[in-house]
Design a protein around this ligand. Sequence first.
Ligand code: MSP
Length: 517
Amino acid sequence: MVDGALAPFYLTTPIYYVNDVPHIGHAYTTLACDAIARFWRLDGRAVHFLTGTDEHGQKIQRAAALQGIDPQVFCDRVSQNFRDLAQTMNYSIDDFIRTTEPRHKTAVQAIWRKLLDAGAIYEDTYKGWYSVRDEAYFDVDELQPGPDGTRLAPTGAPVEWVEEPSFFFRLSAYGDRLLEHYDNNPDFILPRGRRNEVVSFVKGGLRDLSISRASISWGVPVPDVPGHTVYVWLDALTNYLTALGYPAIDEAQFRRWWPADLHMIGKDIIRFHAVYWPAFLMAAELPIPKRVFAHGWWTNEGQKISKSLGNVIDPTQLVATYGLDQTRYFLLREVPFGQDGDFSHRAMVARINSDLANDLGNLAQRTLSQIARNCAGKVPQPGPLSAADEALLDSVDTLLDELRTAFEGQEIHLALTRLWAMIGDTNGYIAREAPWSLKKTDPARMATVLWVTAEAIRQFAILVQPVMPGAGAALLDQLGQGPESRTFDSLGVKGRLAADTPLPPPQGVFPRFVEEA
Ligand code: MSP
């Protein structure tokens, strides 16, 4: 497949606040995107995969002040941690955006002017509640009582009273158009439960949104109005356009990637992406992204993850303890993508030992070591295929179509479940055919069974690459498959293992996790 022959795919992660060190929640959103980006690239699509850091606003201004550091120096430092995480987790990002970059300031000011020209902005005074932790405004009836007569946002964050001159966006004028958009595009917001939440929020009536802050200096200046900075969410959301060169756009290049195919986010920030963002884009006369997918939240051994509880999971630590591909596999397999999930050491070890070491690892190790011992270390020459051989290979050959369907709906767990069901079938096949007992009685049949099994493993190795790039590559190395034979183009009959290909000595790819005494 020629690069880009299929529709190009632009996907984004949220940009991460730099007030915090990266934790499992951040790692998870980008990991899911990485698996999706790798899947479509292997399928021959041109992919643009964007992530980055969200560096303006009151929360960051305060975090820097608390440490007595200049905000830019503070942002430079913390942003680097997110870049480092991309290395640690083996993310295949195409661009890393920072909202303090000059290219972004230009884009934010350009979209501001677009909204202004469209008559969507007016000046007034903001009087109301603001949560710095969420960087969000709340109506009084959304708040809940906190300790000592204080009030809390629905997220549990403290709120502060804000009263200052502000520019407003006419969000209230976009309710009907938004509802129409959700109706006409039933898959715009996934999973479905989230969509229903957004629809009822919009049906409840939208209030105009304050989009500038007069008391916050750490932000993009509102064009031509000294003393105001752009509200951090309008600033942050615009990053998805900045990365395509907006506003100085090469029209053809821009249309190639925009509207974005997928904004991946966590469930906590759906309102910003599925209500405010499309409304801003409608006002700026830009097309609406094709999908916003909101995944669930992780807990740690049953507990909410929070700094005050001291149970934050450091992804770098997970990788050091369990291995990179093991961590990637666990996070994407353990929980149906879109639902909340719980991290536990026990569940992690169970996945590593059962799915990886036993199911896939043993299958590969058993097959490859028999080939090394009994077939002179070369891919065996198959004889005529039995009905069982044909049935197994036919099912393996249909995996790609099934995985495509799963990935089209961001059902990454289903792709893995399907793949592992097939790995299970292959283990059943080899147990029934027992090539080890054919060595003396029927070496030709033994060669056929080992070839069929190795061919199935070849396809599994290609298909696990989006989730476990390292392990997939290691298996393909052991099957003598070079870089030109690793994309989805090589799946199925086209790429069948060639007899007599010399193979390197087999090596285990998935060690068991052994508890230290
Ligand atoms: N800066 C905003 C996003 C702006 S996008 C234009 C932001 N940043 S964040 O750093 O607070 O969060 C980024 C992502 O991490 C969110 O998608 C959020 O859902 C995710 N997670 C944070 N904690 C999480 C868990 N415990 N579990 C799973 N994901 C969670 O919001």
